[in-house]
Every structure is written in structure tokens, then in C-alpha cells.
Design a protein around this ligand. Structure first.
Ligand code: ADP
Ligand code: ZN
Length: 768
């Protein structure tokens, strides 16, 4: 069996950070011509074979024989044998292998769902080639719900039967207890879902059902709404109108373009891109909206439903198995007009996508760091180009990559300069912690304390922002200096006082707080160092015992519903002071919130990676944007030890473009993205000597020239992660260089033992 089109490289000029990605298709041409395979079934006669790409980490499509009486077209979903197993796959092209057809295994069956589109298949190939991931591995993201290929059958699910007692002799084992506990609250679930959640076999669920402890119910298919584009939106301001008309025109043209929708927070960007969605629906096409953390965006969903009369289909990790199946299937049949999702929503089987919106396009949550390593914003641009459709990148603080592309007119730009309804942007003040010092073991400076007092006295709300969960980031022994470290990771254990635990934020390890130092055995000497949100909450309680305060962090709020409840309760002014991590920074709109205090504005600058300043600026700008969104003006106070730092200066002066200018000059000078290219290799394994040896061999074999440099190998900052030792190499090249062939050649020169993993990260965002 041999590869066919899966390994033929799609145009890899892929200059995502530069020109429109070269997706091997003339600009503006909306439907790429079918390549090597006719759209109508053919291949009659004795030797009918197809190449089938399997959703497994395979580089190549395999040939299969098409049995008598079966007709297949490219993109068809099929079941094929693979060794002793049967797996699903996608017909990728005509089989071209040398293997005699008599020896080929036959396709078992074709699934009755619309075939994967040509654009969808080329997108899989393109992402695979760009990110240097096996195409089958990328395909797996596109066929993530195999059960969606089967016709929906009424599904049996279970609820807990109220007051049912176990029959005599029925033993309440731990797995049985876990399942009953799971059913205490929450929706009915299928036996398979229950088994997976409880970490046991399906037979355990059946056993409980037979014992009469479960109530069977038939699950109805997930109801997906039909947003109505005819519903009128609000009347737009002249700026908003112009922006909306521009987007509508792009959608109507049905051709590729990338536009940056650049506007301050509260300027109505969301209202404006709703118009683009409406235009796509009007044409009978679909719209895809990517959000960085969809599970956190209940406010967004409510607002969408108010505007269009029905909610969009959601796509993210919090969906149940049944929701995923029904949504995938409905999307493939063109029954879902609007999908809002996290990055994986890019890989859904849209038959006719009309527009893509990437909201908060600068957000680093778009970078997937595990498995296939890709940047969803960049892949979305490629998807738009392949599909011949417009894409809007939306932000108040665009990524430097996008900003530079807009400045050089590779991307169009639409600006919304003012907040809607004349709300003014908040005043940003710097609190110089060198002078304005908090008392010992406290973290709020006198001026911020005063501002909190005034805000509460005025009957308004305040938010304190610290991007650090838990109570204290470090616990050490005052007697011997021993620091509590994770045994599996290069990281300190974080104290979570509410949960009475020490936790590793990288691998999830938890252990009780030690009473005595594990090193010297002294008792009562373990001390918390530095603040997390829990510690700030303690200080707030001490300063303002009357105030209603709450912590808003991903580990104190469980799931989207809890976040939504908290957001609503803040909106109803049931809280006076909110102490939050970045969960809090995103998109929420609180009219009574007038003071934002940033406890440690320098926090993000310490890592010192390439984008530290940019990211800090974006995050703090977004946090600041929470203040003064209603009628009352807002005030933002940034506590810093570096008031002269360009990030702080730019925030205080409201000089966003000045900051970008300076940042761009520094990157240009250093040949760093977006003006140069980076790719990282991360070598990892359990045996440190072997990891070191492979990393050194890669270092020796590295491509080097006048313009291409390889730094490392060096121990990764997270030199130990989840028990694996890690070394990094970083390739740096001019922007005009195609790094993928260089890396492919490089890796070919070095033997990689099976115990070692080498991850390739093209355009790295994390340097840990
Ligand atoms: P952004 O996405 O730029 O932060 P939004 O679209 O969320 O801005 O708008 C901010 C607030 O102003 C929202 O509550 C929105 O409903 C309101 N708003 C924006 N434009 C209009 C308009 N033309 N008419 C009425 N309300 C508007
Ligand atoms: Zn750890």
C-alpha cells in the first residue's frame, strides 16, 4: 500500500504571518478545482481501488479495493479493515498503489453522510503540511465523533431512580457508588457516557439497571436552533454602519479576504460582526465564530440568542457525547447555520461556509499546544483562503502579527474608534510599589485601598485582578529554606488554602499541606510566599469586613454554569468586590464596575519570552476595559515595580499604537516574529541521558547557514514535565524561509529511538 494525495504536499508557501497563505489556489477563486479524482463515481471494471486516509498518526493513505456494487466518491466516509480491527476513514483519492488488487482488502461499507468536501480535505492536508503533523492525525480532529456517522437511533439513557433500594445481596462496590453519585445531579446519560465518566465498564451500569436502581429514559436528539437573519439588529452608529456594510459586502462577494476589525472594547465590534453573520445566513451559507474560551462565554450566547431569536450551535470540550454527535451530524448535513466554538470547531464538516469570525484574535488560547500543535487563528485564515470566503479577525488589541499584516495592507482593516453611547475609556493610573508600599505580608497599596474605600462608599463595584490561582505560589520552610516542589515537574507547588492542598498547576498533582517541613522536620515553619487570589480575598476581608466579596477563578467556579451565575450575580450588584484571574478579564460587561485594581501588573513580564510585553499589554488592556462600561466613568490602578516600563507607560497614556510601534521595532531589530520565523523542537523522554543524547545529536545535525540559526539544545524552562525530561532547540530563520522542508531534512538525519518524542512547534508561542 502506498500513499497517494495525502502525502503530496499542498502549496507550502504558507506565509501565514505574511501574505495570504498560499493555499495553492488563485486569489479570489472560490472553488478549487478538483485535482486527481473525478467527482462522479467511476473506476468500473475489475480493478477498482481507492486510497483511504485513516484518522491515525499515519503519514499516508492506504489503498483498498472497492467491492462490487459499491460506489464511492472522494470524501466519502467508509469503514475499512486495518489488521484485526475495523476503522473509519475517508476516501482520499484514487488508489495508485503497486499492490495487486487481488491482495487488497475491501472497503467494508460506506456511511450514509455527505462526503467530506474537497475544501475540507485540502484543509486537512494543508494543516498537516504546515504544522508537520501526519495527515491522519489532523484528520482525526475532523472525524472526532465517529458515532455521528451512524444514523441516529433513539438512545437509551439512565437517570437515578428516586428512593430505590438495592436488592438484598447487591454489593455497593466503589464503581457502582461512583455511577450513582454521578447521577445525583446532571442530565440522563448513556451507559457508555456513564462508564467513561465513572472510569469503569458498561457492565457496571447494566448491573445497576438490572438491580432496579436506574430509571431508563429515551434521549431525544439535541435541539439545535435556527437563528433568523431577518430579525433587525440595533440601529448602528455611522462608524458601525460603515464597518458592517464593509463586512456584508465581503460576505456577499463570496471570495477570500482577511480583515482586521480593530476597535476599542465596547465600541460595538460584536454588533458589527453579527451583521456579517446575518449576511452569510441570508445567502444560505454557514457562519463560524471562534471564541478563545467558549465554555466561559454564556453572556455571548445569550446575546446572540437575543439578536437572532435562537442560539447558535456550540462546539467545545464541555459538550456531552450526544451533543457532539448530533451537532457534528447536523453540521455535515448543512442544518446548522451558525457554529460558535473553540479552536476545534474549525474542523467541523461545513458544507458551505460563508464567513469566519475570530473574536479576541490575539488570545493565546488559540494556540493548541498538545497533539497537533497549531494556531487556530492562522489555520482559520488558511481555511478561509481554501474555501474562498472572508474572515474577520476581531480585537481591541490585535496580535502584532495581525497588526503588521494590516499595516502593510496584506489584510484589510476596519476601525471602530469610539465606545458605543459615548462611554469613556477608563483612566489608567500607575501605583509605584517602590513608594506606595503595602504593609508587610499584604499586597494592596495605600492608594488602592483608598480607591476601594471610595468606590464602596459611592455604592459602586470594584474588581481586583491577579492572574494567579490559589493562596500562595510558593511554600517554604522558614527554618531550613526548603521549598515545596513538584516531583514530576520543574515547578513550585501552589498552596490552595480553601482546598487545604498543595497543587502542581502543570501536572495536577495534589498533596496535603505539610505540618512539618519534609526536609528538616521542624514543625510549624512552613510559610506561604507571595499572593494568589485567595490571599487577596483574605486581605479584602480584613480591610472591608462588610463588603460582599468573591473569588472568580477557574478552580473556584466549576464549569460554564457557575461562571454564568457569578457573572449574573455581579450584574445584579450582589457583590461589591470581585477578586479574579483572567477568567474574569474576558468580555464581560458590568455597568456598575468602576474600579479595577491590578495587584501585580509586572507578573507576565517576568517570564521574558518573545511576546511577554505584548501579552501583558493585551491582558492588562482587556482587564482595564472591564471598568466604566456603563454610565459612570471607570478608574484603573496598576500596581507595578516598573512604572517606567514601556508597557506600563503605554497603558497609562492610552497609547496603544505607540506601544506596538516600539514593540515592532524591537522585533524587527532582533529578526523575531512577525519579521522572522521560529520553529521549536522539543525532545522529551523519561530517561534524561537518552533525551540529552538525542538532543545533542539534533544539535549537531541542525541546519545552519548565514541566515538560518539553531539555538540549543538547552534544558526547557520546564525541564521536567509530568515526569518527562525535556530539551529544546529553536530554529530561527528569515521570514522568506520555508522552515518545514528544512526541519524535515534535519529530522531525517537523526535516528530517534522509540522512547523519545520529538515535538515540532512551527511558530511557537510557548517557550516553556
Ligand atoms: P465590543 O465587542 O467592541 O466590546 P460590543 O458589541 O460588546 O462591543 O458593544 C458594547 C455594548 O454596547 C454592548 O452592550 C452592546 O449591546 C452595546 N451596543 C453597541 N453598539 C450598539 C448599538 N448600535 N445600539 C445599541 N447598543 C449597542
Ligand atoms: Zn507537576
Amino acid at each position: 500500500m502506498r500513499s497517494t494525495s495525502a502525502s503530496s504536499a499542498p502549496g507550502l508557501q504558507g506565509d501565514l504571518l505574511g501574505d495570504a497563505p498560499e493555499t495553492g489556489q488563485p486569489e479570489g477563486d472560490s472553488a478549487p478545482a478538483s485535482t486527481d479524482f473525478p467527482a462522479k463515481p467511476q473506476h468500473r471494471g475489475p480493478d477498482r481501488r481507492v486510497a483511504v486516509l485513516l484518522p491515525l498518526p499515519l503519514r499516508e493513505a492506504y489503498d483498498y479495493r472497492v467491492p462490487e456494487g459499491m460506489e464511492l466518491v472522494p470524501g466519502d466516509f467508509v469503514e475499512v479493515p486495518l489488521g484485526p480491527r475495523r476503522v473509519i476513514g475517508v476516501v482520499w483519492g484514487s488508489g495508485a498503489g503497486a499492490l495487486e488488487s487481488g491482495r487488497l482488502k475491501a472497503v467494508v461499507r460506506r456511511f450514509d453522510v455527505p462526503p467530506m468536501t474537497e475544501v475540507g480535505r485540502r484543509f486537512v492536508e494543508w494543516v498537516a503540511a504546515y504544522t508537520m503533523t501526519p495527515p491522519g492525525f489532523v484528520l482525526r480532529m475532523a472525524v472526532s465523533v465517529p458515532s455521528a456517522l451512524e444514523p441516529p437511533k433513539p438512545m437509551l439513557a439512565y437517570l437515578r431512580k428516586p428512593d430505590a433500594e438495592p436488592p438484598p445481596g447487591f454489593k455497593m462496590t466503589d464503581p457502582r457508588k461512583r455511577i450513582l453519585a454521578l447521577l445525583e445531579d446532571g442530565p440522563p446519560r448513556t451507559p457508555a457516557e456513564l462508564a467513561e465518566e465513572a472510569g469503569c465498564g458498561v457492565t457496571v451500569v447494566r448491573g445497576l439497571a438490572e438491580a432496579g436502581l436506574l430509571e431508563p429514559v429515551m434521549l431525544q436528539p439535541t435541539r439545535l436552533g435556527r437563528p433568523d437573519w431577518r430579525r433587525p439588529g440595533p440601529s448602528l452608529s455611522p462608524d458601525q454602519r460603515a464597518a458592517a456594510d464593509d463586512l456584508r459586502k465581503r460576505v456577499a462577494s463570496g471570495s477570500y479576504s482577511t480583515v482586521l476589525l480593530d476597535g476599542v472594547t465596547g465600541s460595538g465590534k460584536t454588533e458589527v460582526y453579527y451583521e456579517a453573520i446575518s449576511a452569510a445566513l441570508e445567502q444560505g451559507k454557514q457562519a463560524l465564530v471562534l471564541l478563545p474560551e467558549i465554555a466561559l462565554s454564556a453572556q455571548w450566547l445569550d446575546r446572540f440568542a437575543r439578536r437572532f431569536g435562537a442560539p447558535p450551535a456550540e462546539w467545545h470540550s464541555e459538550l456531552t457525547g450526544a451533543q457532539r454527535r448530533d451537532t457534528w451530524r447536523a453540521v455535515s448535513k448543512g442544518e446548522v447555520p451558525v457554529v460558535v466554538g473553540a479552536r476545534s470547531a474549525l474542523f467541523l464538516p461545513y458544507p458551505d461556509l460563508g464567513v469566519i469570525i475570530v473574536d479576541e484574535e490575539h488570545d493565546s488560547a488559540y494556540k493548541q499546544e498538545e497533539g497537533a500543535i497549531y494556531h487556530a487563528r492562522d489555520m482559520a485564515v488558511a481555511r478561509a483562503h481554501l474555501g474562498g470566503l472572508p474572515i474577520a479577525l476581531v480585537s481591541a488589541t490585535p496580535s502584532l502579527e495581525t497588526k503588521v499584516n494590516a499595516d502593510s495592507h496584506r489584510y484589510a482593516r476596519i476601525e471602530l474608534p469610539a465606545r458605543h453611547g459615548g462611554a469613556v475609556l477608563p483612566d489608567v493610573e500607575l501605583v509605584d510599589l517602590r513608594r506606595d508600599r503595602p504593609p508587610a505580608r499584604h499586597w494592596l497599596a495605600p492608594s488602592l485601598r483608598q480607591a476601594l474605600t471610595d468606590t464602596l462608599a459611592g455604592g459602586e463595584q470594584a474588581m481586583l485582578f491577579l492572574n494567579r490561582r490559589g493562596y500562595a505560589p510558593l511554600t517554604l520552610c522558614r527554618a531550613c529554606g526548603h521549598r515545596m516542589q513538584c516531583p514530576n515537574c520543574t515547578a513550585w507547588l501552589v498552596e490552595h488554602r480553601l482546598a487545604r492542598k498543595l497543587q502542581c498547576h502543570h501536572c495536577g498533582l495534589q498533596q496535603p499541606l505539610p505540618h512539618a517541613c519534609p526536609e528538616c522536620g521542624e514543625e510549624g515553619t512552613m510559610a506561604a510566599c507571595g499572593p494568589g487570589v485567595e490571599r487577596i480575598a483574605e486581605e479584602v476581608a480584613e480591610l472591608f469586613p462588610e463588603a460582599r466579596a468573591a473569588i472568580m477563578a477557574s478552580d473556584t467556579l466549576h464549569g460554564p454554569r457557575a461562571i454564568q451565575e457569578m457573572v449574573e450575580s455581579i450584574g445584579r450588584h450582589e457583590l461589591d468586590i470581585i477578586i479574579g484571574t483572567q477568567v474574569m478579564a474576558k468580555g464581560h460587561h458590568f455597568p456598575m464596575l468602576t474600579l479595577v485594581g491590578v495587584v501585580d501588573a509586572d507578573l507576565g513580564l517576568n517570564g521574558g519570552d518573545l511576546r511577554a510585553a505584548e501579552r501583558t499589554y493585551q491582558l492588562l488592556h482587556q482587564v482595564a476595559g472591564r471598568a466604566g462600561r456603563g454610565e459612570r466613568p471607570g478608574r484603573v490602578m496598576l500596581q507595578t515595580f516598573m512604572p517606567e516600563h514601556p508597557v506600563m507607560q503605554a497603558l497609562a497614556a492610552g497609547d496603544r499604537d505607540g506601544f506596538y510601534q516600539l514593540e515592532a521595532e524591537m522585533r524587527l531589530e532582533a529578526g523575531m516574529p512577525p519579521f522572522g520565523r521560529l520553529a521549536a523542537l522539543i525532545v522529551s523522554g523519561e530517561d534524561p541521558t537518552l533525551v540529552e543524547r538525542v538532543a545533542m545529536a539534533l544539535g549537531r545535525a541542525a541546519p545552519r547557514s548565514e541566515t538560518v540559526h539553531v539555538l540549543g539544545p538547552a534544558p526547557a524552562p520546564l525541564a521536567l514535565l509530568r515526569g518527562r525530561h525535556r530539551r529544546r532547540l529553536l530554529l530561527k530563520a528569515p521570514r522568506s524561509t520555508q522552515v518545514q522542508p528544512l526541519i524535515a531534512e534535519w529530522l531525517d538525519k537523526v535516528e530517534i529511538p522509540p522512547a523519545i518524542r520529538v515535538q515540532i512547534d512551527v511558530d511557537p508561542y510557548s517557550f516553556l
